[in-house]
Ligand binder design. Structure first.
Ligand code: F42
Length: 328
């Protein structure tokens, strides 16, 4: 099992660099930085991480091909690869509809766009002159003026077709989920895609990009996870809620509480223990270890400790290092 950690650049880059260095020292293999226009820039943050760490792999988790043209993405991640001595990984997904609406970007054909973007980015990074007349992505003889070695490409994916595509073409897949039930379904889709393109499914790093909250006190761990889990419930397809036996009406109740900023209601009972169980890896180190073992048995090959990580980030990173990574 590999371990990654996610940071959101709502924090300044230097603060994230401190946590990333600590994560490297604690044995994490990957640090992933999210990409949303309203936060600090993902590549500026990755540059600071590259200069302040030595061995941990660093990646966008995840960028998209609507806010950034694939040629620009290729140039950016190739630069990070050069600066970091070959430690860059590109995480690329279809993007987040809510932020696109705010930016006036229409979200057309996310599957085709992601597929064509990955093909173009691979070609740019390998030094090719790119001419492409895809359904969504077009290039007329564009080429980067510098060349770096290979940069692995991970897809952010949840939907069945996106997961299948990841199995077909990606080096890894970052799946926003935490429960074995969801991974059972996801792994099948990834295998289907791998079979389609004649690949061995084990070539794909299946990553649980999870809401993670660890503390020696399980109540503190649960409380720290509640708001993140509330956002996940509010954004989950009905099918996923039904899979976990969560009433679909809970979605609108939680959505309303979020819209009103009524975090008291979320903390006070709207977010149930069943939701915490379904949508987070949460609790004491022993609780978290058990869930990680269950995910491993189903085919997950990387765990990403995503927000909130724990009620105290620094303590949580050290706990994961000492009580989980060192004992795997
Ligand atoms: N989004 C961000 O904007 N920033 C981040 O930092 C970020 C991190 C992140 C990490 C892990 C992760 O799993 C997701 C992350 N996301 C982030 C969210 C990500 O960008 C996506 O919003 C999220 O993964 C949801 O995408 P999805 O896999 O559910 O795919 C959507 C597009 C979907 O509807 N998929 C369908 C499916 O079955 O997979 C496919 C729909 C389809 O086939 N569409 C056709 C096509 O060509 O696109 C067109 C159909 C037509 O008729 O037009």
């Amino acid at each position: 099992m590999k371990f990654g950690i996610e940071f959101v650049p709502s924090d300044p880059a230097l603060k994230i660099a401190y946590y990333a260095k600590l994560s490297e020292q604690q044995g994490f293999d990957y640090v992933w930085i999210t990409d949303h226009y309203n936060n600090r820039d993902v590549y500026s943050t990755l540059t600071v991480l590259a200069l302040n760490t030595n061995s941990i792999k660093i990646g966008s988790g995840v960028t998209n091909s609507y806010t950034r043209n694939p040629a620009i993405t290729a140039s950016s991640i190739a630069s990070i690869s050069e600066i970091s001595g070959g430690r860059a990984v590109l995480g690329l997904g279809p993007g987040d509809k809510a932020t696109f609406d705010a930016m006036g970007i229409s979200w057309e054909k996310p599957l085709a766009t992601t597929k064509e973007a990955i093909q173009a980015i691979r070609d740019f990074i390998s030094g090719k002159k790119v001419s492409m007349n895809g359904e969504m992505i077009k290039f007329a003889g564009a080429k980067l003026a510098f060349k770096v070695g290979n940069v692995p490409i991970y897809m952010g994916a949840q939907g069945p077709k996106m997961l299948e595509l990841a199995g077909e073409i990606a080096d890894g897949v970052l799946i926003n989920a935490s429960h074995p039930k969801d991974f059972k379904v996801a792994v099948e889709q990834i295998k289907k895609g791998a079979k389609k393109s004649g690949r061995d499914p084990s070539e794909v790093d299946v990553t649980a990009y999870a809401c993670f909250s660890i503390d020696k006190d399980p109540v503190k761990a649960v409380n720290a996870a509640k708001v993140v889990v509330a956002f996940i419930v509010a954004g989950s397809p009905d099918l996923v809620l039904e899979r976990h036996g969560i009433p679909v009406e809970a979605k609108s109740q939680i959505g309303e509480a979020i819209a009103k900023g009524n975090f008291g209601a979320l903390m006070g009972g709207l977010v149930t223990p069943e939701m915490i169980e379904a949508f987070s890896i949460c609790g004491t180190p022993e609780d978290c270890m058990k869930r990680i073992r269950d995910l491993e048995a189903i085919g997950v090959t990387q765990i990403v400790a995503g927000s909130p990580i724990g009620p105290d980030k620094e303590k949580a990173i050290k706990l994961i290092g000492k009580e989980i990574i060192a004992k795997m």
